[in-house]
Design a binder for this molecule. Structure first.
Ligand code: PRP
Ligand code: URA
Length: 209
């Protein structure tokens, strides 16, 4: 499985701001989106371009145009919504599919509560979007659902990934490619990433437990 840890200084700087426990929800959302843009830039480096004939001031020219309809952006609700605007900054017309998954904090198993995929999802490249890859249970459930719906390819971006989650994805979906701003040390006894960010959804949406 291809895993790219994006260690650009700007990504590391912004991630450091997120790790600061004093960073409040508004700044947390803004910086999360900025990192999402930088990860999505890397993750779309092999995007196909179609030829498009245009008229310029100097006459006709053939230019490259991304076919955003070959893609679907897939935020995992809820925290993935905080990451989505940064990806949409690059791909404003890419159709969005959503999947709602909530991890049971006792069993650490994801509970699926909503799914709405774009019509004619089969054959598209799905760009899965979630700030956190912890045990990997939520990402596995989302990828299972996307593959069952017939997507051609899955790429995923995560702000922070735990080694445990990466191993779980590698075991079940070795074809998925991943871009992440950090591969952290490990999970704690409650399934939280160390050093991680804490609960990303709660920090994005100001819903402390
Ligand atoms: C968080 C996070 C991931 C999941 C990661 O969501 O956004 O989706 O946990 O954990 P896992 O890899 O062990 O499955 P959470 O379930 O807390 O829901 P939320 O987005 O509604 O806050
Ligand atoms: N979900 C989070 O939001 N943070 C973690 O560290 C693990 C799961």
């Amino acid at each position: 499985m291809a895993v790219v840890e994006v260690t650009h200084p700007l990504v590391r700087h912004k991630l450091g701001l997120l790790r600061d426990a004093s960073t409040g929800p508004a700044l947390f959302r803004q910086i999360s989106a900025e990192i999402a843009t930088l990860l999505a830039y890397e993750a779309t480096a092999d995007l196909g371009l179609d030829d498009r004939a245009i008229d310029t001031w100097a006459g006709p020219l053939t230019v490259g145009r991304c076919d955003q309809d070959a893609i679907t952006l897939v935020p995992i609700l809820r925290a993935g919504l905080g990451f989505l605007p940064g990806v949409q900054a690059l791909l404003p017309n890419a159709p969005v599919s959503v999947i709602g998954l909530r991890r049971d904090e006792q069993t650490l198993q994801p509970h699926a509560y909503y799914q709405r995929f774009v019509e004619r999802i089969a054959g598209r490249t799905a760009l899965l979007i979630d700030p956190m890859l912890a045990t990997g249970g939520s990402a596995l459930a989302a990828i299972d659902a996307l593959k069952a719906a017939g997507v051609a390819r899955v790429k995923a971006i995560f702000l922070v990934s735990a080694p445990e989650g990466l191993r779980a994805l590698e075991a079940r979906h070795p074809d998925v490619a991943i871009w992440t701003a950090a591969i952290d040390e490990r999970l704690n006894d409650h399934g939280y990433i160390l050093p991680g960010l804490g609960d990303a959804g709660d920090r994005l949406f100001n819903t402390p437990a």
